[in-house]
Design a protein around this ligand. Structure first.
Ligand code: NI
Length: 183
């Protein structure tokens, strides 16, 4: 009990595994008990880590835990100046229930793939189902950049990174070129 209070007050920033680490290439396991204090602690630590890393999404395999847990946390920052604002949301055992046929290409980066941006095709609109942090089942419609974040993080649970989704190497650029020329 005291430990969980201390962990809430002083969350730890987790190390983010980088491309080449085999943890990023595994199929993640479903979470059976979201109330498990270790899962709750992992959620708190991932929320904190994401905030400190100026990211808009994070998947448990990126912090070395092969579990079906993602955080979607769109907000404008210097890495993604045009991102819409939302409450950071932990999604447990997420699924895509349906999606538009239409895809659109947009720029993505990844905390596990530093210094690179890629133009990635994603469904424009999706309906997703997931368990929330409190154990309630949720269904939500996501579109645009938030739908893109979800699909990016969901890919991490299947051992994929955005580099696997680009249609051509010509759609990969350095972070500095992206910021100076393409935005
Ligand atoms: Ni990523």
């Amino acid at each position: 009990m005291i430990n969980s209070v201390i962990n809430k007050l002083f969350p730890k920033k987790l190390a983010i595994y980088q491309l080449g680490n085999s943890q990023l290439r595994k199929q993640a396991e479903p979470i059976t008990n979201v109330q498990d204090p270790q899962i709750q602690q992992l959620i708190d630590q991932m929320l904190f880590t994401l905030q400190k890393s100026r990211g808009v999404g994070l998947a448990a395999p990126q912090v070395g835990r092969s579990l079906q847990l993602i955080i979607v946390a769109s907000h404008p920052n210097d890495r993604y100046p045009d991102a819409p604002t939302m409450e950071p949301t932990a999604m447990i055992n997420p699924r895509i229930i349906s999606h538009t046929e239409e895809t659109e290409k947009g720029w993505e980066g990844c905390l596990s793939v530093p210094m690179i941006r890629g133009l990635v095709p994603r469904y424009r609109q999706i309906v997703v189902e997931y368990g929330d942090q409190y154990g309630n089942q949720q269904v939500r419609e996501l579109d645009g950049f938030v739908a893109r974040i979800f699909q990016h993080e969901y890919d991490h649970l299947e051992g994929k990174v955005f580099l696997d989704r680009v249609e051509s190497n010509l759609d990969l650029v350095s972070e500095s070129e992206y910021h100076s020329a393409l935005r």
